[in-house]
Design a protein around this ligand. Structure first.
Ligand code: PLP
Length: 387
């Protein structure tokens, strides 16, 4: 019998763990075997094989992830982009149309703008803050609506309740990339989203040592996406599954601490005379603060900001920091700093970036689990180089 647990901290440790424990093992062992002895399976998708996403390491993660967001099912994938592309290529078929939020992670943006036409798919971007305008973009072939819980890198929070209501009214599948808040900050299925996607590379694993992805949501859709993934082949490797499983156990501790630190760093930056603008949904000055407070339990460890001196000042500042690692990606235990125009959003044209408000001088920080005082001291000394 599967045990159920009430609180997310307990689910992170105990949900999905094999019962009885495998040979008594307290932590989930790695099943480093590509195939398993034939057990009389009658359906291709049930044959136990790593690519078919059904090894003990996969199954334990599927149960744990579904439990975290109170969803019917889950699937892990080889990367966040495998989760995104496989999901979209399952819910849409040639001739179908997607409504997507205009400010998206660069890889997703580029998948829509560069690859969609080749699959016979089309899309329209929508302003996540203006639900009145969405109907005009709707087409008879629209099948799904896609957004992010907090946009990368501007940390905007779309009218997510309106997204779910719009999807229900027009019979669309609602899909959300929930990487930034993680299940600690937000659980989309509880708000009516059909599918919640994650780059597990980020907070879920949290240690910057794997790439991985996840799709969480309605069972029937998860089953279809699994079958598509079985064909496309973007399965999670058992070793990555083991590391993800281990990393996830500390998710609540990490993300809550990182969120608190990010809140303090954001307030510190906001008060600094060299800083022009700070994007962090936990700040009262953030245009979507009240919406974020209603939806999220915490605001994540991600923030971005611009300096009054623009691009030149940003480059100086980043060079002058000594604590963060200058690197793309996010959600790990170490603080990372980057200019999205050179990394996560480098694939987007400069015109598109400007239209969305992503300036070349925008600095994005992923706050780690170091002492927040050390992070602020380091930023303070680096900001002195501006004066
Ligand atoms: N979604 C978001 C919000 C991201 O920031 C990223 C990567 O930075 C992805 C998806 C893609 O994830 P992955 O690099 O694991 O494929």
């Amino acid at each position: 019998m599967t045990r159920t647990f009430k609180h997310i901290e307990t689910k992170l440790i105990h949900a999905g763990e094999p019962r009885p424990r495998i040979l008594g093992a307290v932590s989930m062992p790695i099943f480093q075997t590509a195939m398993y002895e034939y057990g009389g399976e009658t359906d291709y998708n049930d044959i136990q094989y790593i690519r078919l996403n059904n090894t003990p390491n996969h199954l334990a993660l599927h149960q744990k992830l579904a439990a975290l967001e109170n969803a019917e099912g889950a699937l892990v994938t080889a990367s966040g982009m495998a989760a995104i592309s496989t999901t979209i290529l399952t819910v849409l078929s040639a001739g179908d149309h997607l409504l997507a939020q205009d400010c998206l992670y660069g890889g997703t943006h580029s998948f829509l703008t560069k690859d969609f036409a080749g699959y016979g798919l089309s899309y329209n971007f929508i302003d996540g803050n203006d639900p009145e305008s969405w109907k005009k973009k709707l087409q008879p072939s629209t099948r799904a609506i896609y957004c992010e819980s907090m946009t990368n890198p501007l940390l905007q929070v779309a009218d997510l309740k309106a997204v779910v209501a719009f999807a229900k009214e027009h019979n669309l599948i609602s899909i959300i990339d929930n990487t930034f808040p993680s299940p600690i900050g937000f659980r989309p299925p509880e708000w009516g989203f059909d599918l919640s996607l994650h780059s597990c590379t980020k907070y879920l694993n949290g240690h910057s040592d794997i790439v991985g992805g996840a799709v969480i949501g309605r069972r029937a859709l998860i089953e279809k996406i699994t079958h598509r993934l079985n064909h496309l082949g973007g399965s999670m490797d058992p070793h990555a599954a083991f590391l993800l499983h281990r990393g996830m156990k500390t998710l609540a501790l990490r993300v809550r601490y990182q969120s608190e630190s990010a809140g303090e760093v954001a307030s510190f930056l906001e008060m600094h005379p060299a800083v022009a603008r700070v994007n962090y949904p936990g700040l009262k000055s953030h245009p979507h603060h009240s919406r974020a407070r209603e939806l999220f339990d915490c605001f994540s460890g991600m923030l971005s900001f611009e300096l009054k001196g623009g691009l030149v000042a940003a480059e100086h500042f980043i060079k002058a920091t000594t604590l963060p690692v200058i690197a793309p990606s996010l959600g790990g235990v170490e603080t990372l700093i980057t200019r999205p125009s050179t990394t996560s959003h480098a694939g987007m044209s400069p015109v598109d970036r400007r239209l969305l408000g992503i300036s070349d001088g925008l600095i994005r920080v992923s706050i780690g689990i170091e002492s927040r005082d050390d992070i602020m001291d380091d930023f303070e000394q680096a900001l002195k180089t501006q004066q």
